[in-house]
Design a protein around this ligand. Structure first.
Ligand code: 13P
Ligand code: SF4
Length: 322
């Protein structure tokens, strides 16, 4: 029988990763840990990364806001972003001198694809003088023509920080509608949707409550507003994770991407996680194999056109001061 090389690490995930699967991951995990030392690299991983990445090799984990905030303090020479392309671009904007790698440059996002700088120019012409708040789930080119960015973790604070009555909040229609219910600021939305969260329905929530009595339902604010209305609580992925840690519900349902429940469950063996979820095909493009390859080969380096980098950085940095 093969001996386990990383028993302490396995201890952390033994509730969610079966032993035979872990044995298949160990070789890549051990190689990645060694490569990180050799290359002076850190791995930033979003909460939707699979548990072997999230618990096995990541140095910094969190929601989009935490990843942006923590990227500022990174001292390593190389950042590997285990997440989607806009996250890697944000890390590069905040670390122009460092090498930022994304293991699969094709890891996109339906929200980022839903809006272009030209769309924003048309919206500005139709709503003169109204400031533009864009979700970080956008390209650097879109950020560059925005006044300020936001994430699902700070959207209400960002909108209210502008001290105006009307704001263009782009591109996530549902996030804008969910925030609109919590603020007096009038929000003009766009028609972008997250292809993962738009699939949840109010009927899903009602069926789960019937099937799992007492279940506490947490919904991500990228879900349609009628789904958030049926939930007990709504917040970014980090806020959901904190809720479980602090409230310790006996049973919980996280209406979000599938790996989120796995990652939170690893830290809370006493909480029962009800598991209907939707996979993000973009987040799932990142694997141990392509993280290892990124570190070995230095591919794929994220670069941002200098003509837009300064303005895009300003929108992200302005968000971080809120
Ligand atoms: P947060 O982790 O910021 O809540 O974002 C969720 C998401 O869908 C990121 O792609
Ligand atoms: Fe984009 Fe939705 Fe995937 Fe997040 S979960 S990367 S918002 S498609």
């Amino acid at each position: 029988m093969t001996t386990m090389r990383l028993p302490e690490l396995y201890e952390r995930v033994s509730k969610i990763i079966p032993h035979p699967d872990w044995m298949l991951f160990e070789d890549d995990i051990a190689a990645i840990l060694e490569l990180k030392r050799e290359k002076n690299a850190v791995i930033l991983a979003h909460n939707y990364q699979t548990p072997e990445i999230f618990h096995g090799v990541a140095d910094i984990v969190g929601d989009s806001l935490a990843l942006a905030r923590k990227a500022v303090d990174v001292e390593a020479d190389v950042i590997v972003l285990a997440g989607v392309h806009f996250m890697a671009e944000t890390a590069k904007l905040l670390n122009p001198e460092k090498t930022v790698l994304i293991p699969d440059p094709g890891a996109g996002c339906s929200l980022a694809d839903s809006i272009t700088p030209e769309d924003i120019a048309l919206l500005r012409a139709a709503h003169p003088g109204v400031p533009v708040v864009t979700y970080v789930n956008t390209s650097a080119a879109v950020k560059a023509v925005s006044d300020i960015c936001c994430t699902s973790g700070n959207a209400k604070q960002v909108v209210e920080s502008l001290g105006v009555d009307r704001v263009l909040m782009l591109p996530d229609e549902y996030l804008a509608q969910n925030v609109a219910r919590e603020t007096d600021v009038e929000l003009i939305a766009w028609k972008g949707h997250c292809e993962v969260h738009e699939l949840f329905t109010p009927q899903d929530v009602r069926s789960m409550r019937e099937a799992y009595p007492g279940v506490i339902v947490l919904a991500h604010p990228e879900c349609p507003p009628e789904v958030v209305a049926e939930a007990d609580f709504s917040g970014s992925t980090a806020v959901m994770s904190d809720f479980v840690g602090k409230q310790k519900p006996a049973r919980v349902l996280l209406l979000t991407e599938c790996s989120m429940s796995d990652n939170v469950a690893a830290n809370h063996p006493d909480v029962e996680f009800v598991r209907p979820c939707n996979l993000c095909p973009h987040m799932k493009k990142i694997s141990l194999a392509n993280i290892r390859e990124a570190l070995e080969t230095g591919r794929h380096e994220v670069t941002i056109d200098p003509a837009i980098a300064q303005d895009a950085r300003r929108a992200v940095e302005r968000m971080l001061t809120v």
